[in-house]
Write a protein of this length. Sequence first.
Length: 384
Amino acid sequence: MTIRLAHVWSHDVGIPASIPFCLPLLDRGWQVTFICPVGENAPLADRHGMPVLPLALRRKLHPASDLAGAVQLVRYFAGGKVDIVHTHNIKVGHMARVLAYATRVPIVVHTLHGLAYSLDTPRLRRAGHTLLERMASLRVDAVLAQSDEDQRTVIESGAVPAARVVLVGNGIDLGRYRPDAVTDEERRKTRAELGVAGDEVLFLSAGRLVREKGFDELFRGAEIARRADRRVRLAVAGDIDAEKADALGPAALEAARRAGVLILGRRADMPRLYAAADAIALVSWREGRPRVLMEGAAMARPLLASDARGCRELVNPPRNGLLVPVRDEGAIARAMLAMTADPERRAAWGAENAREARERYDLGAVVARVLAVYDRLLREKGLA
């Protein structure tokens, strides 16, 4: 029997993220489909023989496209066309889960890529988020958590029964991200291309250019730190996410540039950028289990992160980096100055991160855990 799996994402950036999980299934003879807005990543799926079905749903509330997206999902799911629906992201994940079991898809799985709430969220707001998550998960077969805190949050808030939550973690390609992936000469060349002076301490951040990633505070913190020590330099790699209500506007980015921040846009050469950097910074308000910190760690770089769920699972002061309070530009500046002033500690933290990455962040192990969930559910449903 050929198993038919559909991944549902709010953005086609989910395609490259899912490829390592799909290739072993294609080798088994499974049929894998992506359902998401079609963008520049669609050809990657096509090259592997995985169709991409368009989805009108937007991440923001938009009645017309929400209705159109719901109709599309029903059409894709109904009539026994799919054996497993695997949903991702918050809004799309809520709707696709409900419609999958409403159309009698045999197996429904959802991955938490960071929750919109935590156990620290004010009670009323937390209750609203919990209710939505509980309703979306009423008939879900498994919820895959990437972080300990997300697992604990959905269980303790009552959103999902403990028996249905599986901690799978998150991982990276340790063959691509490793301390010897880039030579010292390549590092010097990349820094020169970026315009970073030899004595400057370069902090690199990466991610969608939205406020919940903490970029406003990071820009201001870097500006404060650079005024105190001209060696402090910040570079940011990532796209402007125009669909998000909190996307950074041109004025914010131009102000950051004037303060000396390097706005690099989307980059396909992240190992080179990590190697060029002296430290990795991520000061998000919330995360799942952030890849940028894992990738930076695997490249033997010290880490500066916000004391937010997801981040604090990867950064453990004083062993491998520094944590700062969420939305605290002054604390960010002080941390940047402290790291700039102490190259020996940066080197020690980087070495510890590289060691820990080899033990904890192997993507292959995460893929195996996810496939084991599929196999267990197929057996339980009599589809194996």
